[in-house]
Design a protein around this ligand. Structure first.
Ligand code: NAD
Length: 373
């Protein structure tokens, strides 16, 4: 395990040679969290012990800079199970009632919120008020207004807010972004994003408007939105969108099944995207410029990501996404490292603003203007 860790660490710094790993200025203005001494470890409590929390916790076993030290859960049996699996001391275990007392616990630096989307707003604000650094899963909130309130609450509390945009650290994705920044694709003219899967159990929270905030767009379509932005490297200025619903029983009012949407970018590029809960085998990004192209498929699954450009296959090695994400987030939070593509609350508010506009475009049938700067 130790040698694998060292391998990954060395890989991050040398073999990949990625700009993302170059340290830059401190990205957040209102942070009162003192940067830690070199090599310090971010001590994390996970809140909401569901399937994604399990994935993150397992991946963190291989982290060099981040360690799981606490949990927040409403289910006592899960707490005891996690204590056993991850050697978590009793004093670092909370339920949703006792959670605010985490502010008196100096052994926890950050809270990672992995509860259903509709609860992120409350959970992030409580973590910020407790003086903890916050990492929140995507979508950060269920609309841009809530997202801005979360950003403001974290600024007011003097803590940083990061969002689980794991693709921003994924080596093949990072290579495509680097190539685009170097002008290797020329003038970017087109992006295609296909994001979808066939959802099962109709009673799950992902199909409940209050807990999910919407449907496929909130959960999976957001990958094409965020991907269009980091692949093209600009902020969209307009959006159009069209919805289709084949099963109104399963996908109730406010829960979108399938939405096609288009984003217009200031440089002239257009993104054409599909978000759906009713088809499998949809996880593809295609970027086209006047000098070349990049194609990722799968583009956002847990990997390995596969891809090629006009220059050939992308051969960067697979690293468990959540492992590299948590090591990089520790460097952002503890050392002030600046990521290649932002992973902060403002970045998430941009995606939420686009989602709000997509829903508005579906409702009105009109093109909606966006001002994201
Ligand atoms: P999940 O249903 O497996 O887990 C959610 C957890 O929240 C459960 O342990 C549940 O008990 C708990 N919870 C607390 N209060 C709840 C309530 N009132 N109702 C329902 N559950 C409640 O879901 P998940 O797949 O782990 O998703 C959690 C979050 O992580 C979501 O925001 C999701 O979008 C995000 N996610 C991100 C990725 C990624 O790749 N970044 C992947 C999967 C999920």
């Amino acid at each position: 395990m130790q040698s694998r860790r060292h391998f990954l660490q060395n890989l991050s710094v040398t073999a990949l040679g990625l700009p993302l790993l170059n340290s830059a200025g401190f990205p957040f203005e209102q942070n009162s969290f003192a940067p830690a001494a070199d090599g310090a470890v971010l001590r994390v409590a996970l809140m909401g012990l569901g399937s994604y929390a399990n994935r993150v916790a397992d991946a963190m076993r291989d982290c060099k800079r981040a360690k799981l030290v606490g949990v927040v859960s409403g289910t006592p049996s899960k707490i005891t199970d996690w204590q056993r699996r991850f050697s978590i001391p009793e004093k670092n275990c909370y339920d949703y009632t006792s959670f605010d007392r985490i502010k008196d616990n100096p052994e926890i630096d950050a809270v990672y919120v992995t509860t259903p989307n509709g609860l992120h707003h409350d959970h992030v604000i409580r973590a910020a008020r407790a003086g903890k650094q916050v990492i929140c899963e995507k979508p950060m909130a269920i609309n841009a207004r809530e997202g801005r309130e979360m950003v403001d609450a974290c600024k007011k509390a003097g803590v940083q807010l990061l969002v689980g945009y794991r693709m921003h650290f994924e080596p093949k994705t990072v290579e495509v972004i680097r190539m685009r920044q170097n002008g290797e694709f020329g003038k970017i003219l087109f992006f295609q994003g296909l994001s979808g899967f066939r959802i099962g159990d109709p009673s799950q929270w992902r199909l409940n408007k209050t807990l999910a905030g919407g449907g496929a767009m909130m959960d999976i379509g957001i990958y094409s939105i965020n991907g269009a932005r980091y692949m093209i490297g600009e902020e969209p200025v307009w959006v159009t969108a069209q919805e289709t619903k084949t099963d109104p029983q399963k996908f109730k009012e406010g829960v979108d099944e399938t939405i096609q949407f288009q984003l217009g970018f200031p440089g002239g590029a257009v993104a054409s995207c599909l978000s759906t809960y009713s088809m499998n085998n949809l996880d593809k990004f295609f970027l086209n410029g006047d000098k070349g192209f990049a194609e990722l498929q799968p583009a956002t699954g847990y990997g390995p990501i596969e891809g090629r450009t006009h220059k050939g296959l992308l051969t960067q090695p697979h690293i468990t996404h959540q492992t590299i994400q948590m090591d990089e987030m520790a460097a952002i939070l503890l050392d002030g490292k600046k990521p290649l593509v932002p992973v902060d609350g403002e970045e998430a508010v941009k995606d939420l603003t686009i989602i709000d506009a997509i829903y508005q475009a579906v409702k009105t049938g009109q093109r909606v203007a966006l001002k994201l700067h």
